[in-house]
Design a protein around this ligand. Structure first.
Ligand code: NAP
Length: 243
């Protein structure tokens, strides 16, 4: 990575919203570390797209839900690059089903990835940000964490947890010049939503359509790089679905 360029770590950046965030930060001149869980080919594609923009990128595999994997990967990133300026806690999964039929496995998997994953990565990265006396963290919440969603008790709980986490951390880390914000997307066209029929839902979205990943990424980039006096906020990127 190059001196005087900001270093950004984006979790779950092999595809979807995470890839769009990585590209958006790269376009703004950041060097980007592209985390992924298993999809190496997609992660490498993201890296190539970023390098084509003239900044540095590398793919780093770790499972955000494993504290041991996160700790060793983040330690390696820090020993190599000496800093992390921006963290986007984006990695996430769904395992939907009505609560009455929701298995413990489905509950644990979603909470461990979407909420504990953010704890694991932030725990490792905030230490270097505190030393640097600067940093910006953006957490990928969801409207499900704001308004709930039938069939997503696990996911909604994780995303609501992320919102509380965001606000608490903003209060704790503000004095170290570290800002912590969240975005709460509505429906975004990615692999996660490709099998959902949102025809009925779209009728309730004032903008009458789902978002593209880049439309979420532009808000993430704003929070990470431009919004110097904004912390502890949850910005809806939902076409007006939650008003
Ligand atoms: P996606 O297309 O399914 O991509 C998920 C990304 O997360 C992939 O890069 C995947 O890596 C990575 N990932 C999954 N589990 C991981 C783990 N344990 N460790 C590290 N990386 C992991 O999903 P998306 O729609 O872009 O969603 C991204 C985030 O936005 C999620 O937090 C999601 O909850 C949130 N969100 C999405 C929507 C929507 O409508 N799509 C709406 C609101 C919020 P691999 O490619 O290696 O599997």
């Amino acid at each position: 990575m190059t001196e005087n360029r900001k270093v950004a770590l984006v979790t779950g950046a092999s595809r979807g919203i995470g890839r769009a965030c990585a590209l958006s930060l790269a376009k703004a001149g950041c060097d980007v570390i592209v985390n992924y869980a298993g999809n190496e080919a997609k992660a490498n594609e993201t890296v190539e797209q970023i390098k084509a923009l003239g900044v540095n990128a590398e793919a780093v595999r770790f499972d955000v839900s494993s504290k041991a994997e996160v700790d060793s990967a983040v330690a390696e990133i820090i020993s190599k690059h000496e800093r992390i300026d921006i963290l986007v806690n984006n990695a996430g999964i769904t395992k939907d089903g009505l609560f009455i039929r929701m298995s413990e496995e489905a509950w644990d998997a979603v909470l461990n990835t979407n909420l504990k994953g953010a704890y694991n990565v932030t725990n490792a990265v905030s230490k270097i940000m505190i030393k640097q006396r600067t940093g910006a963290i953006v957490n990928m919440a969801s409207i499900a964490g704001v308004m709930g969603n039938a069939g997503q008790a696990n996911y909604s709980a994780a995303k609501a947890g992320l919102i509380g986490f965001t606000k608490s951390l903003a209060k704790e880390l503000g004095s170290r010049n570290i800002r912590v914000n969240a975005v709460a997307p509505g429906f975004v066209n990615t692999d996660m939503t490709k099998d959902l029929d949102i025809t009925k839902i779209v009728e309730h979205i004032p903008l009458r359509r789902a978002a593209e990943p880049e439309e979420v990424a532009s808000v993430v980039k704003f929070l990470a790089l431009d919004a110097n006096y904004v912390t502890g906020q949850v910005i809806g990127v939902d076409g007006g679905l939650v008003i």
